[in-house]
Design a protein around this ligand. Sequence first.
Ligand SMILES: Cc1cc2nc3c(=O)[nH]c(=O)nc-3n(C[C@H](O)[C@H](O)[C@H](O)COP(=O)(O)OP(=O)(O)OC[C@H]3O[C@@H](n4cnc5c(N)ncnc54)[C@H](O)[C@@H]3O)c2cc1C
Length: 618
Amino acid sequence: MADIARRDFINGTLVTAGALLAPGWLMDCAKRVTEDSPRYPPLLTGLRGSTASAFEAAHQLAWAGKVWSDPADTGEEYDLIVVGAGISGLSAAHFYRKEFGKDAKILIVDNHDDFGGHARRNEFNVSGAMRLCYGGSQSLEDPYSYGRESRQLLRDLKIELGVFERAYNLKFFKSHGLSDVTYFSKEKYGKDVLVPVRLVDNGYTLPGLPAGPLDPLGAVASMPLPDEAKAQLQILLTDSAKTAAEIPKAKRSETSYFAFLKDMGITHPAILEMLRRMSTDETGIPADCLSLSEAMSGDLPGFKRPHKESSDPSELYVHHFPDGNASVARLLVRKLIPEAVTGSSMEDIVMAPLDYGKLDQKGARVRLRLNSTVIRSELEGEEKNAKRVIVTYVNQGKAYLVKSRHCVMACYSAIIPHVVPGLPEKQKADLKHQVKAPFVYSTVVIKNWNSLKKLGIGGAFCPGNFHQVLLAGMPTEIGGYHSPSSPDEPMALTLIGVPIPEKSGLSPKEGFREGRRRLLGMSFDDFENEIKRHLDGMLGPGGFDADRDITAITVNRWGHGYSYVGSNMFDEESTAKIAARARKPYGNIVIANSDAGAMASVDTAMDEAYRAVHELED
Ligand SMILES: Cc1cc2nc3c(=O)[nH]c(=O)nc-3n(C[C@H](O)[C@H](O)[C@H](O)COP(=O)(O)OP(=O)(O)OC[C@H]3O[C@@H](n4cnc5c(N)ncnc54)[C@H](O)[C@@H]3O)c2cc1C
C-alpha cells in the first residue's frame, strides 16, 4: 500500500501522496513542515486523535499521582487561562473577550498537537487534489433548535445555516445508485455477504442515502446466520413493538431491554451481539445496558419508525463543513488570532491555509499553546479572596508555571479533580461521574470509488468488524472545495468503531473503561490490518484491492469520546443533576466543556462555555 508507513505512529506522519505533484497551497502546507517550523497537523496520518504523547502526562498524573517538581516560571501573566482548546475552550475565550473586553490577555492550553478537541480536521493531498474529512465532531445537529448563546456564537462566526443547506448535494447517492446496506464478514460469519438492507440508519448522517432495496424482514433469509437466529430475528422484527406496547409506559424505563428480549424468546448470541453494536451510535452505550424505553426511542430493529426523509434541507443533517466542526474551531481561532488564518467568510475558512507557527506568539493578546498538558490549577490564597490562579503545564516532560486572574477548565470533567486538588471532595466525586465513551473515527482515503459504485454502497452497517459503520464521503462543497463526483476520483471514507466490551454484564461506565483499555492496547498496525481485511472482504467483489487502492489512513482514536448521558438502568441519580453540581465555580476557576452539560454536542460545549465565563467575577 503506497504512502502508509507501518509503524505505530506517535504523532502521525505527513501524507505525501502526490505531494510532489501538488501545486499552490498544497506545497505551502508541505513547506511549513520543516525542521524549524511547526508541522501542519491536519495533514498527519497514522494513529491520531488522542495520541500517546498527548495523554502521557495526564495519565501519569491521574494513574500514578506523579508530581513535577520545580516548574520553570515563565513569568507570563494573563487575564484568562483556558484549559482545553476544544470548541468549548475556544468559545470560552471568545465569550470572555465579549464580556471583559477585546484587550484581555488570554492563554489557551491544550495537550494535543492540534486544536479543536474532538472537532479535528483530517486533510490529505492526493495527487494534487485536496480531500477533507472529519476526525470526530462532524455536524451542527438540528442547529435551529440551539439555545440563544450558541446561535449568537454562530452569528459571531458569520455562519449562515443556509450555506450548508445549499452546499450538500442531496441527489448524490441516488444519482450514483448508492444505498445503505449491511455487510457480514467472513471472519465472523463464515463468508462475506453483502445484503442490500438497512439495519442501521446511516441515512440520518448522510441525507439522501436511500435504504437498500430489501426490507429487513425480507432480508433475513439472505443473512449468513444460523436458522434459529434467523427465526428469532423475524420475531424481533414483527413482534417487539406490539409486545412492548403491552407493558405500561412507566414500567418500560425500569425494564431491561435484554430481559424483555429474553421473555420474547430472543436469546441467540448472534442476534444479541448485533443489537449490542447497533445502539452505540448515539451514546456509546451497548443495547444490553438499555432499558426498554431507551431501546424504543433508540429506534432499534422492531421499534424503527419508517424512515421518511424531509424534503426541507433545513431539517436534515447537512449543517457541516467538509471537515465537520473542525472548521467551526478554525473560525473561532481566526476570530481570536487573526494573524494565523487568512480570510473573512465561512466559505473561505475551508481552504484557508493556517499558520500553526503564529498560534502562540510572544506579545499577542490571545495565545494558543499546543502539546501542553495542564497538571495543576491552584487558587492563590483562600477560595473567597483569591485574586490569581496559578497554572502548571507540562510540555515535553518539563513543567512550566503561568498565572492568570481567571481560569476556565474546558477539559474533560474527570481529569479536573486531579488538576484542581483544592476542590471539595463531594464536587470531585461528582466530576468523576463523567466517564466518556471511547470512539474511533478512521478516515480511509481510497484512490477511486468504482467498487462502491459497482456494489451500490453509500453506507453500511458491519456487525462483524471492529469498525461497525462505513460511510462514503459527504457530498458537501463549500468555498471552492470539491467533493468527489466521479467514481474515478479519490474519496475519503469514514469508518466508525465503538469498542464495547466483548460480553454483556458491565455497566456503561465500566464498559467505557474496558473499551478504552482495549483501544490503548491497539497499535496503528492493528487498525490498519483490520481496515484492510474489512475493505477487501466488503469491496473485493467490486474490484477493490486494499494494497493497491488505499492511499492513506488516519485513525482518530478518542479514548475519551462522547460525554456520558446517564443510564436508566444503572444510575440512581440523573447525570444532568450530577453535572449541575459538578460544574460549580471554585473561586476564579470555572468549569466548561460538553461534560459540564452531560451531553456530547457542539451547542452544549458552547453553552457551557458561555455559562462558565459569566460565572466569573470582575
Ligand atoms: C467521534 C466523535 C464524534 C462527534 N460528533 C459530533 C457531532 O457530529 N455533532 C455534535 O454536536 N457533537 C459531536 N461530538 C461531541 C463532541 O464532543 C462535541 O461536539 C464537542 O466537540 C465537544 O467539545 P468540548 O470542547 O466540550 O470537548 P473536547 O472536544 O473534548 O475538547 C477538550 C479539550 O481539552 C483537552 N484537555 C483535556 N485535559 C487537558 C489538560 N489537562 N490540559 C490541556 N488540555 C486538556 C482535550 O484533550 C481536548 O482537546 C462527537 C464526539 C466524538 C468523540
